[in-house]
Design a protein around this ligand. Structure first.
Ligand code: 4AZ
Length: 600
């Protein structure tokens, strides 16, 4: 088999039919990831829209009251004025009965329609829109697969467009004089061209946009085409280029790298290069908005598009804006959504100091790991834990027992067990929730929640100055090779506890089954350590946090210290419970609002 491969490759040189083969060689697509059938609705991979929230990995419609209250009126196709774009889109998302019509309050004669003219079938033709009392064709200028997909989806073609370059001529018996056309400018994922903004331009009949929509399943399976999740096939060369050719983004979500037009998010998603450093986080890890000095694709600031009738001066041409592009409103509304505060230390010390040598590691100072807690049972320092907000501590299942909750005390702010430091507080435990599938023999699902007792006469637990660590909603937030921090009051190889909070920098390790052949369960566990084993979690650190920082220095609890073969042995890295796998389990118990930063 290998030999045939080599021969083919040799044959390839200089031959154009081998283009496809060489693209496969490049291996941009991640096959394992493709099996998950991710789309623009998969919040393991992308952020949901401001009118959606992430539930069990999928973006679902928000209720309108969960949108910001800001008044930036928009008018819908049902003639109703909504307070803002988010509220209208939430109604559309829930009922499919309404769509965006114009910016501002509704006027009486509001209407929108889109039809395809002069094609051989219903699924193709020149794109004609009717907006209010204007009827016009769409311009070829700026017409791309992005706009074409929006037009086809509007017409009910779920796969969007297959061709946006085809030309269509006016039949001989039709005598129309084209003097202008409407230019559309979509981001993609709009449901009507009205949302993209429509600007009237001077034109003649050669300047008009045509489209072929995806009408039925095509069988292009064998010739190097890519199967989109929505059933459409696209050329392999159009995957991983930052452009949403499929219409459901499935061609951009499982990429090991990107072609020239794309920016490669560390989560394996390709986004358009222009989205890099545009002031909006598009990659879930935030890596498109770092190191932006001098790279700013910053947005046009003065888009004062209000109402439905505006004029723009583009060079000599005076163009009339018939409908406003809603992208600025979308971004503004996104910034108005409630944020939770987690994962931010008031101390930048840890990010700057390089590692020295938990096992190895170094002594923590105040504010380094504000989410670190210590669980005591009687006089014994029992385990570590992680504060995740409200009254909730995350720890390992093997650390706690359900029926002795009253015996535990949770200490926060402890740096030194011998010398009392300011900021220490002690809380009683209300209840312990152990994962229902925890196995004491395999350490699978080694995760538990501790609910602290509320203060008497108060509804809160008031753990300040303790800061919660964020909980990851996606398994793609961090990758093997990323540097993370483990912290705890556990042992330093020797037989005794050290009584001081220590921390160390460790690397996430992929393919950990090679160290623990039958004992490592990839979906539920992660490994972390250093090449020489010098830094590791050890006895007493169990239940404590492995936190990783995203590109904006926000800390996520990515692992819970669970087990390992001894401590500090490079052949046996530390094993942690993979917290992202338990996001839904945690949300179910503590409430989604407490832990979801972007998808509430
Ligand atoms: C323990 O016994 C333990 N080196 C925790 C972590 C590791 C080993 C043992 C990882 O609690």
């Amino acid at each position: 088999m290998k030999l045939i491969h080599c021969l083919l490759l040799l044959l390839c040189v200089g031959l154009s039919f081998c283009k496809t083969l060489s693209l496969i060689q490049q291996d941009l697509l991640d096959e394992k990831c493709l099996k998950e059938k991710y789309t623009h609705q998969s919040c393991e991979k992308v952020f949901c829209q401001p009118w959606e929230r992430c539930v069990e990995g999928s973006c679902i419609c928000k209720l309108p009251y969960q949108c910001p209250k800001a008044v930036m009126s928009v008018c819908s196709t049902t003639g109703k004025t909504y307070n803002n774009y988010c509220q209208l889109k939430s109604h559309e998302c829930l009922s499919q009965k309404t769509k965006f019509l114009t910016n501002g309050t509704c006027h009486s004669q509001g209407q929108f329609d889109l039809s395809l003219k002069f094609g051989d079938t219903e699924s193709e033709g020149l794109v004609e829109v009717q907006l209010g009392n204007t009827t016009a064709f769409i311009c070829k200028k700026n017409w791309s697969i992005t706009e074409a997909n929006v037009a086809c989806l509007y017409r009910g073609f779920k796969g969007g467009a297959v061709d946006y370059k085809k030309t269509f001529n006016f039949p001989d018996d039709v005598d129309v004089k084209i003097t202008d056309c409407l230019e559309a400018n979509c981001r993609g994922l709009e449901t009507t061209l009205a949302e993209c903004g429509l600007t009237k331009r001077k034109a003649n009949s050669k300047d008009l946009a045509g489209v072929v929509c995806h009408a039925q399943e095509t069988d292009l399976l064998n010739d190097g085409s890519f199967p989109c999740v929505n059933g459409k096939y696209i050329p392999l060369e159009q995957t991983c280029d930052g452009i949403n050719d499929c219409g459901d983004q499935s061609d951009e979500l499982c990429c090991k790298g990107c072609r020239s037009g794309g920016f490669h998010c560390k989560s394996g998603v390709c986004i358009p290069k222009e989205y890099q450093c545009n002031g909006e986080m598009d990659c879930i890890k935030g890596d498109d908005e770092v190191n932006c000095e001098g790279l700013g694709h910053s947005e046009v600031q003065d888009s004062e598009v209000q109402g439905t009738r505006n004029f723009e001066h583009a060079g000599q041409e005076q163009a009339e804006i018939l409908s406003a592009n809603m992208d600025e409103d979308r971004k503004l509304l996104k910034s108005l959504l409630p944020q939770i505060s987690c994962g931010v230390r008031n101390n930048t010390h840890v990010t700057h100091v390089r590692r020295k040598r938990i096992v190895g590691g170094q002594i923590a100072t105040e504010g380094d790991f504000p989410w670190q807690v210590t669980i005591k049972e009687g006089e014994k320092i029992h385990c570590g834990g992680v504060y995740i907000g409200g009254c909730w501590i995350l720890t390992a299942a093997h650390c706690v027992r359900k029926n002795v909750a009253h015996r535990y005390l949770v200490w926060t702010g402890v740096l030194d067990w011998i010398r009392f430091n300011p900021g220490i507080a002690v809380q009683r435990v209300n209840r312990v929730i152990i994962h229902e599938n925890y196995s004491g023999s395999t350490y699978q699902n080694d995760i538990a929640l501790i609910e602290l007792q509320k203060h008497p006469n108060k509804a809160t637990c008031e753990l300040a100055p303790t800061t919660p660590a964020c909980v990851s909603w996606s398994q793609y937030l961090f990758n093997p090779g990323d540097k993370c921090f483990v912290s705890g009051l556990g042992r330093n190889k020797g037989p005794r506890n050290l009584f001081r909070l220590r921390w160390g920098e460790v690397k996430l390790i992929g393919n950990c089954s090679k160290y623990y052949s039958n004992r490592f369960f990839e979906k539920e566990m992660i490994c972390a350590g250093t090449d020489d084993g010098s830094i590791d979690a050890c006895k007493g650190d169990s239940g404590g946090p492995l936190v990783c920082m995203n590109s904006n220095n926000v800390s996520y609890v990515w692992g819970i210290v669970s087990w390992g073969e001894n401590c500090g042995n490079p052949e046996f890295p530390g094993v942690y419970t993979k917290v992202s796998n338990y996001f839904d389990w945690i949300s179910f118990h503590v409430g989604r609002r407490l832990i979801s930063q972007y998808n509430v």
